[in-house]
Design a protein around this ligand. Structure first.
Ligand SMILES: [Zn+2]
Length: 302
């Protein structure tokens, strides 16, 4: 993912983080949920913020063992708030059970409001049982006991995605918007490549010094990293345009041409990502799509 002609600055960040409770900074601890998959790495990262009266960022999938692990990790502390970056089930589905168990309020992303399940049939569909007590708009702040968190609206991976900035530590809970272990899935119709690229610019313009993502280890030098992933997406877009210019017309053929050596379990995700690029290019007037009469849609350069 790093620039091909630069040394790989981010190799350490791609290591799987330990599943057990880990102290990351004065205000942040992390647990990893037991939901490893090709889309979740070794599981969803759940963060505990503060001391004594704490907030839990992304409680994770609806998994009783993970609920028990969170309750054991907080021990005698009080969970005041459950913060949610977005409503993919691997991030938000445990919110209701944790709210029941602790009396905490659920605060963060708005409820899922798009058509479809928001993933085009990938693993982590949207959580329709998510009922926040309060939704944070872009730039709104949540004040916990001894810390403040600012919501940064970052649509793209999905429409309701928020990053959450922990102001005291210049740290950003980046959810699935920016991760070190992998690129984000951008799956239409809920995901949008145009929105995702704008959201990359938005976080890059901020001054956080570390990101704590929804999966995998921390992103250090985040502005440099975000520049690298934006570059990677623009290269992919250029490859798609070049393939279209050579007469490649369908998404499966584009995937075969553009994603050389792809793990077959990720073929569907690659197809959705290619569709997201094509929709963005179409909105920008660079690609024309032909609605399918039978079989696959066909695309060509405008
Ligand atoms: Zn997600």
């Amino acid at each position: 993912m790093a620039d091909e002609n630069e040394p790989d600055l981010f190799a350490d960040a791609r290591q799987a983080p330990p599943r057990a409770l880990t102290r990351l900074s004065p205000l942040v601890r992390r647990l990893v949920a037991p939901n490893a998959s090709p889309f979740t790495f070794n599981g969803t990262c759940t963060y505990i913020v503060g001391k004594g009266a704490v907030a839990v960022v992304d409680p994770g999938p609806a998994d009783e063992a993970h609920l028990k692990a969170i309750l054991a990790a907080v021990g005698g502390e009080r969970v005041e708030t459950i913060l949610v970056t977005h409503t993919h089930r691997d991030h938000s589905a445990l919110a209701n059970r944790l709210r029941q168990a602790t009396g905490a309020r659920v605060v963060g992303a708005g409820p899922f409001a798009s058509k479809g399940d928001g993933t085009g049939g990938l693993d982590s569909s949207h959580d329709r049982d998510y009922t926040p007590d309060a939704v944070l708009g872009d730039g709104e702040r949540f004040y916990g006991s001894g810390f403040a968190i600012e919501a940064v609206a970052t649509p793209g991976h999905c429409a309701n995605h928020l990053c959450l900035a922990l102001l005291e530590e210049r740290a950003l809970f980046s959810g699935d918007h920016v991760m070190a272990w992998s690129t984000s899935v951008v799956a239409p119709p809920d995901g949008s490549m145009g929105a995702y690229m704008a959201s990359l610019d938005k976080v890059r313009a901020r001054d956080e010094r570390i990101y704590w993502p929804g999966h995998g280890g921390p992103v250090v030098e985040p502005q440099r990293y975000v520049r690298a992933i934006a570059h990677h997406r623009r290269q992919r877009e250029a490859s798609i345009l070049a393939a279209l210019a050579d007469g490649v017309e369908t998404i499966p053929d584009l995937v075969a041409r553009v994603y050389v050596g792809l793990d077959p379990s990720l073929a569907r995700a690659a197809g959705l990502s290619t569709l997201a690029h094509l929709e963005d290019l179409r909105e920008r007037g660079q690609v024309v799509a032909e609605a399918p009469v039978a079989g696959e849609a066909r695309f060509r350069r405008a």
